[in-house]
Ligand binder design. Structure first.
Ligand SMILES: [Zn+2]
Length: 258
């Protein structure tokens, strides 16, 4: 979403080394024979191993972008046989974490049928009434493990990476009016529809004024807010009960597996 940053990276993101050059500079400055293996490992960015009189050094590919001072510092650590990366090297690694590949998360199975509310039906209804049936966004009952807001519950969330809407399972209860669930689904569909806007500091803002205006077009928006306020204590209790059920089910599954 921050296009400016991507352009910046595209222009000055050429590696400073190729693998043979980096290997020979490290061997020279470390003053010992050394074999370099570049990795895409996501957790171990740097490791040493002695192998038949030669040092096997495994480095994350980010080190192809390392400035001379970082390479020298790394070579010095190797010469002193220190296993730990010095502060210079650690700073470099921290500043280059964006080069560490994240495995794409997988789309979870979509559960829309509920005990009380049918999420697919609510979604189809809102899509027709407010979005001209044009949105295509997967939706599922979540597991109810999302972070709790201060003094509240996150009833819905939109994941921009998977483009997936999750709705808290605590809303699948007889006491929860359909219009309240609709207002939560409407809010999350708006996130998919409107995306985020970078602010002056480059952070992405989602609840913009335009977003709040669009949200208020849901006819029972105010009523939904009032209902939430009044019923929050009951919903919190219900969500804690769901937590306990889930933990008990997990414990039973573990016991059965033993
Ligand atoms: Zn929101």
């Amino acid at each position: 979403m921050s296009h400016a940053r991507q352009l910046e990276l595209a222009f000055d993101d050429a590696p400073r080394w190729d693998a043979p050059a980096l290997e020979s500079v490290l061997a020279r400055d470390a003053g010992r024979p050394l074999r370099l293996v570049l990795t895409d490992n996501r957790s171990v960015l740097l490791s040493f191993k002695r192998e038949a009189g030669c040092l096997l050094l495994r480095l994350h590919r980010m080190f192809l972008h390392a400035p001379d001072a970082v390479v020298l510092s790394l070579a010095r650590n190797i010469r002193r046989r220190g296993r730990a990366a010095g502060s210079e090297v650690r700073r470099f690694m921290n500043a280059n974490m964006h080069r560490v590949r994240k495995t794409p998360r997988e789309m979870p199975p979509l559960l829309t049928g509920g005990r009380v509310h049918d999420l697919a039906a609510v979604y189809a209804d809102i899509n027709g009434r407010f979005f001209g049936n044009r949105l295509r966004v997967p939706i599922t009952w979540g597991r109810g493990v999302g972070r709790a807001r201060r003094g509240g519950l996150t009833f819905g969330s939109y994941d921009p990476v998977l483009a997936l809407i999750r709705i808290h399972p605590v809303l699948d209860r007889p006491g929860v009016p359909r219009y309240f669930l609709e207002s939560v689904v409407h809010h999350e569909m708006l996130h998919h529809h409107m995306g985020g806007v970078p602010d002056r500091a480059g952070r992405t803002v989602y609840h913009t004024r335009a977003f709040r205006e669009a949200e208020a077009r849901f006819p029972r928006h105010r009523e939904a807010l009032a209902w939430e306020k009044e019923n929050l204590p009951e919903l919190l209790r219900a969500s804690h009960a769901l937590d306990r059920e889930r933990r008990a089910a997990r414990a039973a599954a573990r016991a059965a597996a033993r």
